[in-house]
Design a protein around this ligand. Structure first.
Ligand code: ZN
Length: 142
């Protein structure tokens, strides 16, 4: 069993490992909890999501005014399709000043990879989807 936090409602779901890639849905709100697309997450919901989600989590910090972030967005979307076993989430850094400070985000876009609730790697700047997927897999030892 793996615990997966729903990015939409924040409920913690239990999913059998073998069923992780079979489009499991949230028992509370019915949203797909392993959807192959980046999900926005609020500052308030972030800590629980990262701490309780038992698959790797890749976070993009971005902002609406940031030109490179607009270039990164479609790459990040594509990377979500390339990394079905990883949850990709997006944090609007303007709406998450405390979290950005806590994680010492100095430039955006910034990508931070978490495993078992702990940061294991980060990368700043725009990156093509395929390169990003390769970087994530290498960090996860896959
Ligand atoms: Zn839900």
């Amino acid at each position: 069993m793996k615990h997966i936090v729903c990015a939409s409602c924040g409920a913690t779901n239990r999913v059998e490992q073998a069923r992780l890639l079979e489009a499991p849905v949230c028992g509370k709100c019915g949203e797909e909890i392993m959807a192959a697309k980046p999900m926005p997450i609020s500052e308030a919901a972030f800590a629980k999501f990262v701490a309780k989600t038992e698959v790797p989590v890749l976070v993009e910090f971005w902002a609406a005014w940031c030109g490179p972030c607009r270039m990164m967005a479609p790459q990040f979307e594509q990377a979500a399709k390339l990394l079905p076993e990883v949850r990709l989430i997006k944090v609007d850094s303007d709406a998450a000043p405390q979290l950005s400070q806590q994680l010492a985000i100095r430039s955006i876009p910034s990508l931070v990879l978490f495993k078992d609730g702990r940061e294991i790697a980060r990368q700043a700047g725009v990156m093509p989807a395929a390169e990003l997927a390769t970087w994530v897999r290498s960090q996860l030892g896959r």
